[in-house]
Design a protein around this ligand. Structure first.
Ligand code: ATP
Length: 228
């Protein structure tokens, strides 16, 4: 069969082993309420496109004023742990939940930069839907100094022409992932991997209507949702 010919994961990783130690740190943030196969596939696509051995999922802490319609922070962490169990390319970073309050990417990147040191390439992954309002993020002007930005094109969410986000892409855009490995921060790479048309909002709606979320998110996550 086709699958028989697929190399084992360790063979994939040897590509990066040849080009030296793989130190680039990649984060992918979101509310993950709940995490679903759209998020998981994207994280894996990004790890392969950037040739890194791991992508760190960073769930944000939902501030109290957002209400309690979705899952608690503890539940969202638990679902992520279940979803990535056994997948070495995906890891969970709990720092925003631990910090509490409103989660700002600028704070997260400052903390990671302090931990990783000034020379380690650091990347944040963001979809065009979230990145469109980049100039309304807290301390957004500091962000390119702290990390590279990988912008994932989501169908139906183009960056508004003339926006700060579009301008940043135009000014800092590089053509390949290898250019991110060669500097600690400051560049933008656009990716357009195949995406699954799944949203957490759609899953929450289904659950509220008594319908099944199965096959949109891993079975273990479905079981937890049912148990809650
Ligand atoms: P919600 O429906 O509650 O807004 P969501 O499913 O869009 O949630 P978020 O946690 O808000 O998920 O998204 C975090 C990040 O994941 C964003 O950068 C977003 O662009 C990206 N993302 C969300 N859904 C998908 C998907 N199906 N494929 C790829 N990326 C996605």
């Amino acid at each position: 069969s086709v699958w028989k010919g697929l190399p084992h994961r360790s063979t994939w990783c040897s590509v990066t082993a040849i080009s030296g130690p793989d130190t680039m740190h990649v984060i992918y943030g979101g509310t993950f309420d709940p995490i679903h196969h759209g998020h998981l596939r994207l994280a894996l696509e990004v790890s392969e496109a950037l040739e890194v051995s791991r992508v760190h999922l960073v769930p944000s802490h939902i501030p109290p004023h957002r209400g309690n319609t979705g899952a608690s922070a503890a539940q969202r962490l638990e679902m992520i742990r279940q979803a990535i169990a056994g997948e070495p390319a995906l890891a969970l970073d709990e720092q925003e939940v631990r910090r509490g309050g409103a989660s700002y990417t600028a704070d997260t990147l400052r903390q990671l930069r302090a931990e990783l040191g000034p020379d380690c390439p650091l990347v944040m992954v963001v979809g065009t839907d979230a990145f469109s309002s980049f100039d309304r993020w807290r301390e957004w002007q500091e962000i390119p100094g702290r990390a590279h930005i990988v912008v994932v094109r989501r169908p139906g969410s183009e960056l508004p022409v003339g926006s700060e986000a579009a301008q940043l892409v135009a000014e800092r855009c590089v053509g390949s992932a290898s250019e991110l490995h060669s500097r600690p921060a400051g560049q933008v790479l656009e990716l357009a991997p195949p995406l699954l048309d799944i949203s957490a909002t759609g899953i929450r709606r289904r659950i509220a209507a008594g319908r099944s979320p199965r096959y949109l998110t891993p079975d273990d996550v479905c079981r937890s949702i049912r148990a809650w």
